[in-house]
Write a protein that binds this ligand. Structure first.
Ligand SMILES: CC(C)(COP(=O)(O)OP(=O)(O)OC[C@H]1O[C@@H](n2cnc3c(N)ncnc32)[C@H](O)[C@@H]1OP(=O)(O)O)[C@@H](O)C(=O)NCCC(=O)NCCS
Length: 167
């Protein structure tokens, strides 16, 4: 079970992370810290190129192990506008999607388009019968993205809303 390394999403392209994009990733995170920090524990003030490189290298390893499939999200002219990924941590048959958008590119429908494209691919993977998004109840932007991409609330898990997409 492995998704493609590149996925076309209309005005965007999703590409498996490469360590050489660490500088751009670090810049994108820094520009977006105020929006990321309430929701992403890794988004700290001292996040820099070393952390970004470690993330990209870990993503390559996790992809090879089949545990996570993380993508950089680019515009068709090569601007890094965020990240999205599939995680297997919820168990067999389920893929969980996580995402963030680089702040100057937010509010343009980009992450909704990326989630739709990745979901379309994920449901075709062998043995997968559910795609999930988990978000905090107060995360209105994430809830809006999930709802626009066709995910409906099915449960609450501790302090998270669980939204599912079933093919
Ligand atoms: C969630 C996030 C990825 C959305 O990215 P985006 O590219 O702006 O998403 P889109 O433009 O496709 O859609 C955003 C929607 O959220 C809505 N929105 C934005 N802020 C909101 C808020 N505070 N409350 C409610 N809705 C909000 C927008 O109006 C838009 O919906 P609309 O098209 O119906 O108007 C981005 O806000 C982000 O990176 N947040 C921080 C990281 C994060 O929370 N990741 C998800 C963790 S579960």
């Amino acid at each position: 079970m492995e998704p493609p390394e590149m996925i076309n999403a209309g005005e965007l392209v999703l590409k498996r992370w490469e360590p050489e994009w660490a500088g751009e990733l670090s810049a994108a995170v820094h520009e977006s810290l105020a929006e990321l920090q309430p929701w992403m524990p890794w988004a700290t003030d001292d996040y820099g190129p070393a952390e970004a490189r470690a993330y990209a290298e870990q993503s390559v390893e996790n992809w090879a192990r089949g545990t996570e499939f993380n993508y950089a999200v680019f515009t068709t002219v090569g601007e890094l506008i965020g990240a999205i990924g599939l995680m297997t941590r919820m168990g067999p048959g389920i893929l969980e999607i996580g995402y963030w958008t680089r702040t100057p590119y937010a509010g343009r429908g980009h992450m909704t388009a990326a989630v739709k494209a990745l979901t379309r691919v994920a449901v075709t993977l062998p043995g997968i019968d559910r795609i999930t998004i988990r978000h905090k109840p107060a995360n209105g932007a994430s809830a809006a993205v999930a709802a626009k991409a066709g995910f409906t609330e099915t449960a609450r898990d501790g302090d998270h809303v669980i939204r599912d997409f079933r093919p």
